[in-house]
Design a protein around this ligand. Structure first.
Ligand code: SF4
Ligand code: SF4
Ligand code: FES
Length: 230
């Protein structure tokens, strides 16, 4: 099968009879072009390191079944190191405080409580959602789908001690910048919907007195500036 791969020097055509894209990349590197660079780790859809775009859609190379004429490119909205190797923008997790700030008094967690954010805990940080998100064309500082999903994962956790400050942090360059287009959901290999998590964070923000700042620019509010309204 013919495939076209974006290298730093431009698109190069290769042929491979491999089943998956990752097997084809290995085949090309060992037998045709040892300068080809790409990332991989677990080879089984677990580590998230092999995400690329095929025909404009984000996939995991180790899970993707090769088709004749496929066009392979690196993820978008990231810094390309070489060929298909990019830097995942993990700094957005730190910026959004997307980690657990645990209460001193540790509550007992019920089975029902673990189910609330079980799916979000499955994120493998492949950055596919980040790559497809259209907001980055307008706002490179957008916290983005996977960071916001992780914020939801922690603010919905009964052990979290700083839910309010985490909600405060995502008001700017965060939940209100999302267009709710759902593109992130369609490419997530783990079945996570960052769009749905962002909607839940919007509802949680409303409980803390926040509302959509764009309403004020349409004349629905008077002088709202994104601060709590109580
Ligand atoms: S739903 Fe929001 S976060 Fe997801 S791709 Fe669309 S704009 Fe980006
Ligand atoms: S939410 Fe899904 S698409 Fe986004 S980084 Fe996590 S696993 Fe990848
Ligand atoms: S190599 Fe780990 S997800 Fe593909």
């Amino acid at each position: 099968m013919k495939l076209s791969i974006k290298k730093d020097s431009g698109f190069i055509e290769f042929y491979s009879s491999s089943k998956t894209l990752l097997e084809a990349l290995d085949d090309i590197k060992t037998t045709k072009d040892n300068s080809l660079c790409y990332s991989s780790g677990c080879r089984s859809g677990v580590c998230g390191s092999c995400a690329v775009r095929v025909n404009g859609v984000e996939v995991l190379a180790c899970s993707y079944e090769l088709k004749d004429g496929d066009v392979v490119e690196p993820l978008k909205n990231t810094q390309t190191i070489r060929d298909l190797v990019v830097v995942a923008p993990l700094e957005f997790n730190a910026k959004a405080k997307a980690y657990l700030c645990e209460k001193e008094q540790k509550p007992i967690i019920t089975k029902e409580q673990t189910l609330i954010n079980e799916l979000q805990s499955e994120c493998i940080l492949c950055a596919s959602c980040f790559s497809i998100c259209p907001v980055y064309e307008l706002n490179p500082n957008f916290l983005g789908p996977f960071a916001l999903t992780r914020v939801w994962r922690y603010v919905s956790d009964v052990r979290e001690d700083e839910a309010k400050s985490k909600i405060d942090l995502i008001q700017q360059d965060g939940i209100w910048d999302c267009t709710l287009c759902n593109a992130c959901t369609t490419v997530c290999p783990q079945g996570i919907s960052s769009k749905a998590d962002i909607e839940k964070l919007r509802a949680k923000s409303a409980m803390f007195g926040y509302s959509d700042p764009s309403f004020s620019s349409f004349g629905f509010g008077s002088s709202f500036d994104g601060s709590p309204v109580f």
